[in-house]
Structure formats: C-alpha cells, structure tokens
Design a protein around this ligand. Structure first.
Ligand SMILES: *Cc1c(COP(=O)(O)O)cnc(C)c1O
Length: 406
C-alpha cells in the first residue's frame, strides 16, 4: 500500500496538453471567488447587488474587448467557444434565410464549426468547404472561386487546434469584403497567444473563450462588429444586447477578464519562451527516423507541435506516455472519444494508414526546459518499443509524398 502511494507521489506528472485546456491561474481564481460568495447579485436586479454585478460585467467586457481592439458593445459573452461558433454560423443563417445565406468553411475547422455547418446543410442551407494545402494553409484561389459564386459568410479557423497552423486572416478578410461576404474566425486557440486586431484583420465575427488562456471553463465570447446582424439562438430576457439571453455567469466573466488582463502582460514573453522550447523539441523529435511534422513549419502557434510517427498507433503512444506521467493528445481532445481519424490530418492529404500515428504536444506556462528534456528522453524509447512490436512496420508500402522532413 505504502509503496503504491509512494509510486504515485514520486511519479513525474507532466502536462503538455494546453491546447485542450489550461489550469486556472490562481490569480483568476482569486478574482472570481467573491462573485460566488459575496457579490452574487443578478446583473438585471435594480438593488445594490445587481448594480455590483452589472458593473463587474461592464468592466470585464471592456478588458476583453480591448485585447481584440474592439468596442465593448461589440462583444457578447457566451457559455463557450462552441456556443459562440454556433451563434455566428446559425445566427447568420437564420437572419439571412435559406435564399440569401451561403456559408463557406475550411476543411480544418474545429468540430463545433464543422458540425454546425453540416447541420445547417442538412436543414437546406448552402455550405461550401474550402480545401487547405499540405501544411494546412487555406487555398486562397479556391476561396476566391467560391466567393465569385456568391458566399454570404466565410468562417475560417485562425490557428488550428490540432496542428497550430495560422491562417492569413487579414488577406482572407480582405477577399471576403471585396465580395461582400462577412468574415468569421474561430480564434479560440490563438486568442491571448498571438496578437489579434479585429479592425486591421477585417474580421466581422470572432469566437474566443477563457479556458484556453488560464481562465475558467464554460465562458466564451463572440465579437460582433457594429452593423453586423445575426439572430440570437437563445431567446428570453434579452441579455447581452438581445443576442444571448440567460442570467450572466458573473464569476466566469470576471475570471475571463482577469485571464485576459494577465495575458496582456504575459503573452509576448511567454510566446518567445515557448517558441524556443518548442523549436528544440521539434528539432530533436524529428531526428527519430520516419517521423514528420504535421502542419506548417513556420506559420504556426508558438506552443503546438504535432508529430507523425510511421508504423505506430497514436493511442498506444499516448497510453505509454501517460504511464510515464506525460499527458499529451493525439490531436483534438474533442474527437478522440469517437476513435475516428482526425478530419484535420485527412485534409492535409496524409495517407489513411498514417493518420493514426500522430501526437500533439501543446506547451504552456508551467513547462520548462527540464520537461522538454524529460520528454526527449522518453519518446524515442517508446517509439522504438512500439515499432519493434508493430505488425505494420514490416509491410513498408507507404510512399512518402507527404512526408516532409523539416
Ligand atoms: C477549444 C476550442 C473550441 C471549443 O471551445 P469550448 O469553449 O470548449 O467550447 C473551439 N474552437 C477551437 C479552435 C478550440 O481550440
């Protein structure tokens, strides 16, 4: 019994899955706490408790909007990035109706945009998918083609949550506006990690959330540029400028703002620090034979690295890593339950037999050089071990058309 406890205590625990979610910053928790226990008013109430809550929301809205270079009235708080994405796409579709609405998305959207688009298509709305190249960059020529045929809303993920590739938003937004289409971007993964300016980037609608930036889960926001009209998904008391009825999640919103406030200071230095750690990690991992990088080698987030190891199963790799205390991911945390290969990796043109051998390491605040050294000590051993027992290793039928050694 004691030895078991000792083993648990002694085992190194290393979290490298920050793209799935992040730990709440203690400062954020501290800022939120009084809004659970003392300042619990309903922001719609007339009394002092209500006013307190209302003021806290107003202040938070200002702080979050500032990091996007938006006006506070252009931001509505939601229950998640999933909800914000649903609101952007469905809100636009419902407002325009089936005659006018026509939506284009990329082939590497997060499930909550992809499945919303699929659902809208099933309801009779027009939906187009724009392909990406082998690095995950949107094919702008294909977007132009679609825009010429008339599209009312384009939704493109800013930085992809699985591979980290960053899209040229400014250019995409410009193309959209030249063709009178609205431009929505899902920035849940990039917000607070790299600078975003909604005005300069020609963005009309943008999705963000708190739990990817050391804020609480269950709170997100949708930026809706002044003049852009969408229908609400939730009808009720008319909260959030009539676009999202529900008693506001005051502690969550306050926590979101606190997380944003911290990001304003930490974002730049943290990006530099993580980029350095990641570059070292990537360089070393790619020394393992038959190992490749998924995503763009340069135009990517400072903290996400996605690798592909031929002849092994990502799931087995994850389990063995977990045994060594390393918490990573095969890609998107959201679809790993279904066991289906990632639609993002498929969209890059990776061969089906190689789709299962991927590993996403996403770094964050608590990771150090010592963590990277630990990972670099463990991964080659595990890969070697898995390959030595791999039944597919012997049948070398792959061509390496997509195999970039960068
Ligand atoms: C995490 C994530 C989401 C979903 O966010 P929730 O707030 O958990 O709903 C959506 N899009 C991207 C790109 C994400 O990384």
């Amino acid at each position: 019994m004691i030895s078991v406890i000792k083993a648990i205590v002694m085992m190194r625990k290393l979290y490298v899955d920050y793209a799935a979610t992040t730990p709440l910053d203690p400062k954020v928790f501290k800022a939120m706490k009084p809004y659970f226990t003392e300042m619990y008013g309903n922001a719609s109430s007339i009394h002092s408790y209500g006013i307190e809550a209302k003021q806290a929301i107003a202040k938070s809205r200002k702080i979050v909007a500032e990091l996007l270079t938006a006006e506070p009235e252009e931001l509505i708080f939601t229950g998640s990035a999933t909800e914000a994405n649903n609101t952007a796409l469905k809100g636009h579709a419902f407002k325009q109706g089936k005659e006018k609405a026509s939506i284009a998305i990329s082939s590497i959207e997060h499930d909550c945009v992809l499945n919303t688009a699929i659902w809208l298509e099933q309801q009779g709305y027009r939906v187009t998918t724009i392909p990406v190249d082998k690095y995950g960059l949107l094919k702008l020529e294909e977007l132009k083609k679609a825009l010429r045929k008339s599209v009312s809303l384009v939704s493109i993920i800013h930085a992809n949550n699985e591979i980290g590739t960053i899209q040229p938003l400014k250019e995409i937004g410009n193309l959209c506006h030249e063709h009178n289409a609205l431009f929505h971007t899902d920035a849940a993964q990039s917000f607070g990690k790299i600078p975003i300016n909604v005005k300069k980037m020609n963005i009309d609608l943008m999705t963000i959330n708190a739990h990817k930036i050391y804020g609480p889960k269950g709170v997100g926001a949708l930026y809706v540029r002044k003049g852009v009209e969408i229908d609400p998904l939730l009808h009720g008391g008319g909260h959030e400028f009539g676009l999202r009825s529900s008693t506001e999640n005051v502690p969550g919103i306050v926590g979101f703002a606190k997380a944003v406030e911290l990001r304003k200071k930490e974002m730049g230095p943290e990006a530099t620090r993580l980029r350095k750690l990641k570059n070292h990690l990537v360089k070393e991992i790619l020394n393992i034979e038959d190992t490749y990088l998924n995503g763009h080698p340069k135009k990517n987030l400072p903290n996400i690295a996605n690798f592909r190891f031929s002849y092994i199963e990502g799931e087995s790799l994850l389990l063995l890593l977990d045994k060594e205390g390393i918490a990573a991911s095969t890609g998107s945390a959201c679809s790993s339950a279904t066991g289906k290969p990632s639609h993002v990796l498929s969209a890059l043109g990776i061969k089906p037999e190689e789709l299962h051998g991927s590993l996403r390491l996403s770094l964050g605040k608590k990771n150090t050089q010592a963590d990277i050294d630990y990972i670099l000590n463990i991964i080659p051993k595990i890969v070697k071990r898995l390959r030595s027992i791999s039944p597919i290793k012997k049948i070398k039928t792959w061509t390496s058309q997509h195999n970039q050694k960068i």
